[in-house]
Design a protein around this ligand. Structure first.
Ligand code: ADP
Ligand code: MG
Length: 232
């Protein structure tokens, strides 16, 4: 794994084998700096395995991975520390990276403001709704100013209305900060709503690829959206 030489992603021939099962069987993937890519695939097809490999959170397998140093992951479960207040969850670990004092405070305040949770900085995670918790997880990612944002079904546990709001928030944050994004999802509409490209992971490889050539902001009612959705 090569880290920090680029602000996009380059993967070649990635393999991951668990026991008898070859989950990733030669994945090639490029994500340009600032590009928003959705990764679709059936449950168990290896989407999270691929995302974990890009995050550097699994052991070594075969193949080459080249990713930016500044990466941030948001999971389906928000994974906030329940015994730390929202503020502390957001700034956790940042002082280790040399960010302190006023700089750290200003950046964390900005991140919480961007997700609309300035007023909840002192709250305990257990008092937040699912949507709010996920926004804190996004703030925790944002405050690290990632070049690559890895999102593993981040809206999967949210109710329909909260999900729409969270999707709109991610679209706004991406437009504002322009990290490269890999969004793992099994929701075709979500992929078309947010991404520049949608990839389909099947049989351990990127089996299909679709350019999502629609203007932003996107509407699910747009006839072009409906047509693309039918193709996928
Ligand atoms: P997806 O995210 O597409 O649902 P995953 O990447 O989570 O799929 O899992 C793909 C397959 O790899 C599954 O069969 C899963 O059980 C297996 N798998 C994932 N991680 C491990 C692991 N650490 N050890 C053993 N098997 C694993
Ligand atoms: Mg998964």
């Amino acid at each position: 794994m090569t880290v920090g030489t680029r602000s996009g992603v380059r993967v070649r021939g990635l393999t991951r084998v668990f026991g008898e099962r070859t989950v990733l069987d030669g994945v090639d993937l490029d994500i340009a700096p600032g590009e928003f890519v959705a990764l679709l695939g059936a449950s168990g097809s290896g989407k999270s395995t691929l995302l974990r490999a890009l995050a550097g959170l699994d052991g070594e397998g075969g193949g080459e991975i080249d990713v930016p140093a500044k990466r941030a992951v948001v999971y389906q479960e928000h994974r906030l520390l329940p015994w730390s207040r929202v503020w502390d969850n957001v700034v956790l670990g940042l002082s280790k990276r040399g960010l302190r004092g006023r700089d750290l405070r200003a950046r964390a305040e900005d991140a919480l403001a961007e997700v609309g949770l300035s007023a909840r900085a002192d709250a305990w995670p257990l008092t937040l709704s699912g949507g709010e918790s996920q926004r804190v997880a996004l703030a925790r990612a944002l405050v690290r100013t990632p070049d690559l944002l890895l999102l593993d079904e981040p809206f999967g546990a949210l109710d329909a209305l909260t999900r729409l709001n969270a999707q709109a928030l991610v679209a706004d944050l991406w437009a504002e900060h322009r990290p490269a994004v890999l969004l793992v999802t099994h929701d075709v509409e979500e992929a078309l709503l947010l991404a520049d490209r949608a990839l389909l992971l099947a049989d351990g490889r990127i089996a299909r690829e679709y350019a999502v050539d629609l203007p932003r902001p996107r509407s699910m009612d747009d006839p072009r959206f409906v047509a693309l959705r039918r193709d996928l």
